[in-house]
Design a protein around this ligand. Structure first.
Ligand code: NDP
Length: 478
């Protein structure tokens, strides 16, 4: 069995390893991945610190070349990497390849950005004096990522971090280290100097904590749960360090009476159940006005009945397994909680057995739910959604915004007036009209409000806000 090591100071470093299990076939081990120690994390941080002065002043063409080379290799290997992703996380092969292509696009975009980092020159209010405003790398950046987008999220943190001249220690989720290992291997071979990029796989409580507690880490970009995000925020504030958090969602999809029914059903089924509902942008609250409610529910149930839940890499699979037993237990617990609260299970919610032993769950649709139920207030992070019946647009908007989260929000309507009003008044960071709530393009900002996000946006040119620091310099003609 191949053992995949950590990359520290340009060397592949071994240690205790753990099995990476395929959730579609839990008897299958994808590979053994090293679980780093606190000492590994400290060595990685020291290596990143030592590499920072040279990398932060490196020729932008050098940074461009590495990122471009990485983009090309990811693209060339998209089927293989997509297969790895589907095997370790449980997304379908098509979703895995799509996410891999997204990772390549992100590296391609930031390869270009490395050559486009501009500043400003302004006349001072003092005669004969000019002011320059420039952006510089922040320093050693700690990147901590979750299991649900195992190639896209590491890519959207790694590419801008390296593009702007930072050095990196990355810790992927213990559950899905394979895609990050592959990305780091690609970047390492693309020509990064030793210590610029360090990979320390392992547990959050060991490796993650060491990164978070280190005074030598100048910035932390984190995606994951609200609980872990809060801990990172507290530790970072104590150290006066820059940090950025992307956390959960309880995203609403509003369906108005005048919506195109097919579009609304597509948006709901895609947004709530594809990627097994394991998306921070999943539309888990379907807020539907009276006159279309029954037709919409019947059409969603009909569509769900035609979907195939099976092994992620099998032809014809629409929805892969849940990522592991513990997430499956959480999904089943919420299904019981919703039942107990009086919601009606209108479809699914059953464990499924397939040819290969995996964590299969039939998508669950609840009706007759209220926005006060735990089902509609807490993030399930699985293929479980609740329909909330409302009387009109105004009530729909108010219910949509009545949540602790604010990542993504959608509306399906033919009314320009309501679409415009929703774009303006939704309290979410990303708004979709007649489109699923999931995902935004790689060149535009991703992020939310309220309990979903904290700090600067990720992706696109907005990434420079986090991965650079601004300097204001004065010069007199003398
Ligand atoms: P966790 O917060 O449990 O884990 C995220 C990462 O943090 C993992 O690498 C984990 O390590 C690490 N970690 C855990 N404890 C600590 C700690 N004390 N110090 C430092 N690092 C730590 O989240 P999940 O992996 O369960 O991810 C799912 C969550 O991510 C969901 O809530 C989802 O909404 C959110 N998410 C948000 C997105 C967004 O952009 N808003 C996008 C995607 C997901 P390990 O697991 O290896 O122990």
């Amino acid at each position: 069995m191949t053992v995949f090591n950590n990359l520290i100071a340009g060397e592949w470093v071994g240690g205790d390893a753990t099995d990476n299990i395929n959730p579609s076939d839990s008897d299958t081990v994808i590979g053994r991945y090293v679980r780093g120690s606190k000492a590994d994390a400290k060595n990685a941080i020291a290596a990143a610190k030592a590499a920072f002065p040279a990398w932060s002043r490196s020729n932008p063409m050098a940074r461009h070349a590495v990122l471009r080379k990485a983009a090309d290799e990811i693209t060339a290997r998209k089927e293989e990497l997509g297969h790895l992703l589907a095997s370790e996380e449980g997304k379908t092969l098509a979703e895995g390849i799509g996410e891999t292509v997204r990772a390549a696009q992100i590296f391609d975009f930031f390869a270009g950005e490395a050559l486009r980092l501009a500043g400003e020159v302004l006349p001072s209010v003092r005669p004969g004096v000019t002011v320059e405003i420039t952006r510089e790398a922040v320093g050693v950046v700690g990147l901590i990522t979750p299991w649900n987008f195992p190639i896209a999220i590491p890519a959207w943190k790694l590419a801008p971090a390296l593009c702007y001249g930072n050095t990196v220690v990355i810790k992927p989720a213990d559950l899905t280290p394979g895609c990050t290992w592959a990305l780091v291997d690609i970047l390492h071979r693309a020509g990064l100097p030793e210590g610029v990029l360090n990979l320390v796989m392992g547990r959050g409580s060991v490796v993650g904590e060491t990164i978070v507690q280190s005074p030598d880490v100048d910035a932390i970009s984190f995606t994951g749960s609200v609980g872990t995000g809060s801990k990172i925020a507290e530790a970072s504030v104590r150290q006066m360090r820059k940090f950025q958090l992307e956390m959960g969602g309880k995203n609403p999809l509003v369906v108005l009476d005048d919506a195109d029914l097919d579009v609304a059903v597509d948006c709901a089924v895609n947004g709530a159940f594809f990627s097994t509902g394991q998306r921070c942008t999943a539309s888990s609250r379907l807020i539907v006005t009276d006159a279309i409610h029954d037709r919409f529910v019947a059409a969603v149930i009909a569509r769900l009945g035609g979907l195939t839940v099976d092994n992620a890499v099998k032809d014809g699979t629409d929805i892969g397994p849940v990522v592991d037993q513990s997430q499956l237990d959480q999904d089943m617990e919420y299904i019981e909680v919703a039942r107990g609260e009086g919601a009606k299970l209108a479809f699914g919610g059953e464990r499924l057995n397939r040819e290969t032993p995996g964590f299969y769950l039939q998508p669950a649709l609840f009706t007759e739910t209220t926005n006060a139920m735990r089902l509609n207030r807490e993030e399930v992070f699985g293929p479980v959604a609740g329909v909330i019946r409302v009387k009109d647009y105004d009530e729909a908007l108010s219910v949509a915004n009545d949540t602790a989260f604010g990542l993504s929000a959608g509306i399906c309507t033919a009314s320009l007036k309501h679409a415009c009003d929703f774009k303006r008044n939704s309290e979410a960071g990303m708004v979709m009209v007649n489109l699923p709530t999931a995902g935004v393009d790689f060149h535009v900002p991703f992020g939310g409000r309220k309990g979903s996000s904290y700090g600067a946006r990720e992706q696109g040119r907005y990434a420079a806000e986090f991965y650079t620091t601004v300097k204001t310099a004065y010069q007199s003609a003398g």
